[in-house]
Design a protein around this ligand. Structure first.
Ligand code: HDE
Length: 707
C-alpha cells in the first residue's frame, strides 16, 4: 500500500472505539523481552528447573515459579463457550445515519438521526448449533449481532439472518436449543439439525413451522456473511421527541445482495475449508472491499397495533413489506479486522437489554425473556464485570455504584459508593437531560400463563414463504427437507414431520414424503391460500449495482499458457474489484507458450477445489498446455464441478476445448465463436464470446488502466 492510501485507510478505520482499544493493545516486536506475569525478565523459557548433575536429567523442581506460572496460565486458557452461537467471526466498523432520513419522525436517538455522527460498531456473525470448532458452511441460522458504541451508551441489536424465530415465548428456548444441539446420549451430530431430536421437536411444536421453512431454504447456507440480511427479529419501540411511541423492526440490507452456496458446495466446503466464512470476511476487508449494509426500519404506530391479522409482537411472523414498508435510515461499513480473536470476537458480549434513549422494548414475549438471558449468560462466560472488558466497554463515561465482584479493574477514587451521598456525587440525571426514559404506559391484566389468540395461528406465513420462492429455491427446499429427514432414523419422527408439513403445502409434502418414506397425504391438511409476498425470495435482494467486487476467480494454467490471455483477464478482474488466483500443477513458476516470463502460481491443483471460487477462467495456450489440463483428472473434475454448481466459466482456445471436454457429459453440444474463440459457459448453456467477451473485457481493462 502506498503511504497516501495507507494514511487514508488508517483514518477511515480509526474511530472512538478503535482509539479506546489502543489503551489495552500491546504491540510485540523482536525488541520486546520475555517477562513473567509479574514483570520479571525471563532468561530461559525452555528448560524446567531440575536437580541434575548435567549428565542425567534429574527430577523437575516444583519450586520453579516461572515454569509453574506458564503451566497454570495454560491450564486455565479456556472459558465456557457460548451456549448457542459458539462459533463466530467479528469485525469493526462504523454506522452513519442518512441525511434527511425519516428516522427523526420516530425517535430522538441521535445515533439514528444525527447524520454528522460516526458511531463505531463491532459486529459478530455466528452459527447457532455447532461448537466453537465447527464448520462455517453448515445449514444453520446465522447470528448477526451489532454493538453500536454510541455517545449515549452501547446499543446492541442482537439479530439473525432470518427474520423470524422458532418459538414465540422465551420459556421454550431451552427446549428448542436442547433439541437442535447434539443429542444428549452420544453428543452427535455437530453443526447439523439433521437428526431425530430436532425434527421430533419441530414436528410436535407447530409454531416452529414458519422458521423451519426459512432454515430449509437457501438462507441457511449463505455464500458469505457479507451477502446476507440481518434482522432484529423482535419488535422494539422507538420514542420521538413529542413522546410518541412506535413499534419497530430493524433490517440490515447487504450492498452485495443476498447470495447462497448450493448445498453440495456447502457440504464440501465444510471439509475443504471449515473457516470459509471467517476467512472470507477477513479477505474482503484486507483487500479493500469493506462490506456494507443499509439499515432499514419498519414502523407501526402504537394505535395500529391490533390492525393486522397476525400479532405484531409474535416473533414467528414477519411484517409483510407491502403492508409495512422498509424505510432506509443509515449505513454500516465493516472496515477493520480484529487484532486478537479471543480478546475481541470471543469476549464481545451482547445484550438485547442494552438500548439507548429513544429506543425501547415491546411486550414481545421472546424479547422480554431475552432481556433477562443475555446479561445472565455473560456472567457465566465472562464474570460479573464483563462490561469492563475492553471490547465491551462504552466510549462514553460509565459511572455508578455497582462495585467489586471478580476481576474488577476500575479503581473508583471516591469515599462514597451509594446514592444519595452527602457529597452529591453521581446523581441520576433528569430525563430531560438525556437520561433513559420509560414512557408511561398503562398496564393491567390477570396473572396467567397465556398467549393471545393471534399467537395460535402458525401456517399462513409459512405458506406465503413457500409460495413466494422461485422454482429453483423451491427445489432446494424439497432437497433440504429430504436431506434432513432422511438423517432421522426414527420413523415416528419423519412421519410426524411430514404430517405437519402438509399444513403448509400439499405438493411439497408429497415430494418430501416420497423421498424420505414419510406419511403420504391424500389431501392437503389445510388449503393453500395461494398468496405470495415480496422480500421473501432472496432473488428480491439482488444488488442494486451488479458487481464482481470481492469475488474469488480461479485462473487455471499449466506450462505453455498464453501470457497475454492471463495478464489481460487479471487486469480486468482486478479493475472490477475481483480477486484472481492462479492455480497450476505446482506452486511455482509456470512458463508461457512464448517462453516469456511466466507467472507464479498461488496454489497447485490438489491444494484447492472449485467450491472455494465463484468463477473459473482458462486461458489459451499451446498443445502441450491443453493436453496437460485435459489429462489431469483434478482439472477435469474442477471444471465439471464448477459447471454443476452453476458458476460462470470462461475460456479461450485450448482453455475452451478443455472446458468442452470436461462438461461434455452435461451438455449436448458445445459451440465456439470463430473470432477469438473465447467462451462463457454456465450450466444453463454455452454462450459464445457473448456478454462478457474477453475482447470487450480487455478493452475495458485497457481503458481503465489508461485512466
Ligand atoms: Fe439468542 N442467545 N436467545 N437469539 N442470540 C445468545 O447469549 C436467547 C434469539 C442471538 O455473537 C446467548 O451471549 C434466548 C433470537 C445471537 O455473542 C443467550 C432466546 C435471536 C447470539 C441467548 C434467544 C437471537 C445469541 C448465548 C429466546 C435473533 C450471539 C451467548 C428468548 C433475533 C451473540 C450469549 C454473539 C446468543 C439467549 C433467541 C440471536 C443464551 C433466551 C430470537 C446473534 O443469552
Amino acid at each position: 500500500m502506498s503511504t497516501v492510501i495507507q494514511q487514508a485507510f488508517t483514518s477511515m478505520t480509526s474511530n472512538a472505539k478503535i482509539a479506546d482499544l489502543k489503551r489495552d493493545t500491546v504491540t510485540l516486536s523482536p525488541s520486546s523481552s520475555l517477562t513473567t506475569d509479574h514483570g520479571v525478565l525471563v532468561s530461559d523459557t525452555d528448560n524446567w528447573l531440575r536437580a541434575s548433575d548435567g549428565n542425567t536429567i534429574g527430577p523437575a523442581l516444583l519450586e520453579d515459579q516461572i515454569a509453574r506460572e506458564k503451566i497454570h496460565r495454560f491450564d486455565h486458557e479456556r472459558i465456557p463457550e457460548r451456549v448457542v452461537h459458539a462459533r463466530g467471526a467479528g469485525a469493526h466498523g462504523y454506522f452513519r445515519a442518512f441525511e434527511n432520513s425519516p428516522a427523526s419522525k420516530y425517535t430522538y436517538a441521535p445515533v439514528l438521526t444525527d447524520s454528522s455522527r460516526t458511531t463505531p460498531v463491532f459486529v459478530r456473525f455466528s452459527t447457532v448449533q455447532g461448537s466453537r470448532g465447527s464448520a462455517d458452511t453448515v445449514r444453520d441460522v446465522r447470528g448477526f449481532a451489532v454493538k453500536m458504541y454510541t455517545d449515549e451508551g452501547n446499543w446492541d441489536i442482537v439479530g439473525n439472518n432470518i427474520p423470524v424465530f422458532f418459538i414465540q415465548d422465551a420459556i421454550k428456548f431451552p427446549d428448542i436449543i436442547h433439541a437442535v444441539k447434539p443429542e444428549p446420549h452420544n453428543e452427535v451430530p455437530q453443526g447439523q439439525s439433521a437428526h431425530n431430536s430436532f425434527w421430533d421437536f419441530v414436528g410436535l411444536q407447530p409454531e416452529t413451522a414458519h422458521m423451519t421453512c426459512w432454515v430449509m431454504s437457501d438462507r441457511a447456507i449463505p455464500r458469505s456473511y457479507r451477502m446476507m440480511q440481518g434482522f432484529g427479529v423482535n419488535t422494539y419501540t422507538l420514542i420521538n421527541s413529542s413522546g410518541e411511541r412506535f413499534f419497530v423492526k430493524f433490517h440490515w440490507q447487504p450492498e452485495l445482495g443476498v447470495h447462497s452456496l448450493v448445498w453440495d458446495e456447502a457440504l464440501k466446503i465444510a471439509g475443504q475449508d471449515p473457516d470459509f466464512h471467517r476467512k472470507d470476511l477477513e479477505e474482503a476487508i484486507n483487500n479493500g472491499a469493506p462490506p456494507k449494509w443499509t439499515l432499514a426500519i419498519q414502523i407501526i404506530a402504537e394505535k395500529d397495533e391490533h390492525n393486522f391479522e397476525f400479532d405484531i409482537l409474535d416473533a414467528t411472523k414477519v411484517w409483510p413489506i407491502e403492508l409495512v414498508p422498509l424505510q432506509e435510515i443509515g449505513e454500516m461499513v465493516l472496515n477493520k479486522t480484529v487484532d486478537e480473536y479471543f480478546s475481541e470476537t470471543e469476549q464481545v458480549a451482547f445484550c438485547t437489554s442494552h438500548v439507548v434513549p429513544g429506543i425501547g422494548f415491546s411486550d414481545d414475549p421472546l424479547l422480554q425473556g431475552r432481556n433477562f438471558s443475555y446479561f445472565d449468560t455473560q456472567i457465566t462466560r465472562l464474570g460479573i464485570n464483563w462490561e469492563q472488558l475492553p471490547i465491551n466497554r462504552p466510549v462514553c463515561p460509565v459511572l455508578n455504584f455497582q462495585r467489586d465482584g471478580q476481576h474488577q479493574s476500575r479503581i473508583n477514587a471516591c469515599p462514597v459508593n451509594y446514592w444519595p451521598n452527602r457529597k452529591g456525587i453521581a446523581p441520576p440525571v433528569p430525563v430531560e437531560k438525556a437520561g433513559y426514559q420509560d414512557l408511561p404506559q398503562k398496564v393491567a391484566g390477570i396473572k396467567q400463563r397465556v398467549r393471545s389468540p393471534k399467537f395460535q395461528e402458525h401456517f399462513n406465513q409459512a405458506q406465503t414463504f413457500v409460495n413466494s420462492l422461485s422454482l429453483h429455491e423451491r427445489a432446494h427446499l424439497v432437497s433440504a427437507f429430504s436431506f434432513e429427514l432422511s438423517h432421522c432414523d426414527d420413523p415416528v419422527v419423519y412421519k410426524t414431520y411430514t404430517q405437519l408439513l402438509n399444513n403448509i403445502d400439499f405438493d411439497l409434502t408429497k415430494e418430501v414424503a416420497s423421498n424420505v418414506g414419510g406419511l403420504m397425504p391424500d389431501t392437503p391438511a389445510r388449503p393453500n391460500h395461494g398468496k405470495k409476498a415480496a422480500g421473501l425470495s432472496q432473488l428480491d435482494f439482488t444488488p442494486k449495482q451488479p458487481t464482481i467486487k470481492s469475488r474469488r476467480i480461479a485462473i487455471l494454467v499449466a506450462d505453455g499458457f498464453n501470457s497475454s490471455d492471463v495478464t489481460v483477464m487479471k487486469t480486468v478482474l482486478k479493475a472490477g474489484g475481483a480477486v484472481p488466483f492462479i492455480i497450476a500443477p505446482r506452486r511455482g513458476k509456470i512458463s508461457t507458450s512464448s517462453g516469456g516470463e511466466g507467472v507464479f502460481a498461488d496454489h497447485h491443483f490438489e491444494g484447492q477445489r472449485s467450491t472455494m471460487y465463484d468463477a473459473l477462467y482458462i486461458p489459451g495456450g499451446n498443445e502441450l498446455f491443453g493436453k496437460t489440463l485435459r489429462q489431469n483428472g483434478r482439472v477435469v473434475h474442477w471444471i465439471a464441478e464448477a459447471f454443476a454448481h452453476c458458476k460462470a466459466i470462461a475460456g479461450i482456445g485450448e482453455g475452451s476445448k478443455t472446458i468442452a471436454f470436461s462438461i461434455s457429459r452435461y451438455v449436448a453440444e458445445v459451440s465456439f465463436s470463430s473470432g477469438d474463440s473465447s467462451t462463457i459457459v454456465t450450466s444453463y448453456g454455452v454462450t459464445t464470446a457473448g456478454s462478457y467477451s474477453l475482447k470487450s473485457a480487455a478493452t475495458d481493462a485497457l481503458n481503465i488502466a489508461s485512466g
